[in-house]
Design a protein around this ligand. Sequence first.
Ligand code: ASP
Ligand code: CP
Length: 308
Amino acid sequence: MIRHLLSAADLDAGTATEVLDTAARMDEAIADREVKKLPTLRGRTVVNLFYEDSTRTRISFEAAAKRLSADVINFSAKGSSVSKGESLKDTALTLQAMGADAVVIRHPASGAPYQLAGWVNGSVLNAGDGTHEHPTQALLDAYTMRSRLGRVDGLSVAIVGDVLHSRVARSNVLLLSALGAKVTLVGPPTLLPLGIEDALASGTEVRYDLDEVLPGVDVVMMLRVQRERMEDAYFPSAREYTRRYGLDGARLRALPEHAIVMHPGPMNRGMEISPEVADSPRSTIVEQVANGVSVRMAVLYLLLGGAK
Ligand code: ASP
Ligand code: CP
């Protein structure tokens, strides 16, 4: 098993499948127990180091570590000595002194987890770095596809919207392609990185018309329009964006009957996804959050080499 999880590219098909299988076993093991805890990481310390806001990733890493009986230290940059100018390196060395076996990091700078991996002895898990990657999100998305549709290999997956700013899209393209899915990126040209077609794994497509793509997909993954990362106007108006790229009831009905709708959250309800779609039985949004705990348990377990 690898020591750090910094990018979805760290996972070949075999390793990714091992994570998904382990997550399924974690689910079974927990379901059978009255007390939802396993003793596997007893005596180990997991530090959650969050320099950027998070709801799902932060609480699910905490829940995952606690379900494995690890000690958990939650560090949020807000309210810490970061406001006094303390650097990432000095913060990391302080955490190292507390005996961290694993550090989970979310940071606004792409590449921050790579730097951290050079400063601490424990495993580093990337929980989202800038616009770069979010590998555990891709794993939980693949896990959700597998549990809803029975497989990832051979699925046709459309990832729609603000691809330019999306670390979720980047990690999913890498992981889903490795697992044999066909990925199509859909969005306005302004929100698709320049030259993306050349940079993509072979077989990945880029399309600009959502309505043409929908009837042929098994999975449609909607991305949040990340306004906090936008300095310019990338589309004429929110209304125009929704008209061309929003998933509403009419577009939901254009999907094949078995197809599922995903979104990593948080959602801009009414913009990239309508409330009718978000709350429909074909939406896996709430399941994705629950699956995030199982997948993060599996990753912590495999990286820290927990006892059986
Ligand atoms: N929560 C995801 C992320 O942190 C997606 C998003 O924020 O839109 O990358
Ligand atoms: N999907 C996701 O990463 O959500 P948070 O930003 O709330 O952690």
